[in-house]
Design a protein around this ligand. Structure first.
Ligand code: CP
Length: 308
């Protein structure tokens, strides 16, 4: 049987092209399953999974939970804000207490970059990173690349521009790794203050002009301005950001070709993209969310097969 090269999904940096393609092939099967009248398979009846979220989430949390339930795993959910973490319990103590209840796998979102790697080195369970600070969001990058493959037939050879707050974005870093591993060409576009100093080392192009970036690309992935991570002002005002780096329908329609619009959500409507762009036929934003369930089923299924 084909298997992943890793026992955890900590970041796209730690997996290879073979792993990504195996996840995609497995997701193809699960996408067919979740479109059946009975959307469930008995594959993981013997697996228990804890979803531990130290940061808010809509898409990732619900998508993981649904993926686990579609695979017939037992699921427990933990929100740090309602737990004994508020009384000072450490991350390792918290997770070891959860694991002593015979839990096999932990899906964690945390505000600290590196939290998932740290956990994988300190507890005995398979760890899935559901987003760690500004570091990585591997399942988001997998579902993004899977959606490009579905829409355009392949990822290899495609031109993808990632627009916006690259500096604080775990989605940007994971997307850069996954798209490059699959043979796409990647550029970033955004205010200079929101580009990391090490951007050149990642092997991506930098295009400061949004129109030129859109004219170059097949796909534009419009990132959210992460107001909760902006401790200082990185651009003069939201209005000026929207004017320079936001996509509206007039700009989209003025391009010589039809590009694909992606956004990881949640959208600041009228900032990164206007509503008529978000809801246009060029937008695949809800396809991304739909594919997230199949991708997370594939990741969990493949990791679980390594602990059985
Ligand atoms: N894309 C994403 O991670 O969204 P949530 O924060 O709602 O999970």
């Amino acid at each position: 049987m084909k298997e992943l090269s890793v026992n955890h999904l900590l970041g796209i940096k730690y997996i290879n092209e073979h792993d990504i393609n195996l996840i995609f092939e497995t997701a193809d099967h699960f996408k067919e399953v979740i479109n059946r009248p009975i959307k469930k398979v008995p594959s993981l009846q013997d697996i228990t999974i804890a979803n531990i979220f130290f940061e808010n989430s809509t898409r990732t949390k619900l998508s993981f939970e649904l993926a686990q339930k579609r695979l017939s795993a037992d699921v427990i959910n933990f929100a740090a804000s309602q737990s004994s973490v508020t009384k000072g319990e450490t991350l390792i103590d918290t997770v070891n207490n959860i694991l002593s209840m015979k839990v096999d796998m932990v899906v964690m979102r945390h505000s600290s970059p590196g939290a998932a790697v740290f956990l994988s080195k300190n507890v005995k369970a398979s760890i899935v990173n559901a987003g760690d600070g500004a570091h990585e969001h591997p399942t988001q990058a997998l579902l993004d690349a899977y959606t490009i493959r579905e829409k355009l037939g392949d990822v290899a050879g495609k031109k993808v521009v990632i627009v916006g707050d690259i500096l604080h974005s775990r989605v940007a870093l994971s997307n850069i790794y996954s798209l490059q591993k699959l043979g796409a060409e990647v550029k970033v576009c955004g205010p200079k203050t929101l580009l990391p100093k090490y951007i050149g080392e990642l092997g991506v192009g930098v295009e400061p002009n949004l129109r030129k970036a859109l004219e170059w690309c097949d796909v534009a992935n419009m990132l959210r301005v992460q107001n909760e991570r902006l401790d200082i002002s990185y651009f003069p005002s939201t209005r000026e950001y929207a004017m320079q780096y936001g996509v509206d329908k007039a700009l989209l329609d003025s391009l010589q070709k039809e590009i694909v619009i992606m956004h990881p959500g949640p959208i600041n409507r009228g900032v990164e993209i206007t509503s008529d762009v978000a809801d246009s036929k060029q937008s695949v934003i809800l396809n991304q969310v739909e594919n997230g369930v199949a991708i997370r089923m594939a990741v969990i299924y493949l990791l679980a097969s390594k602990i059985k």
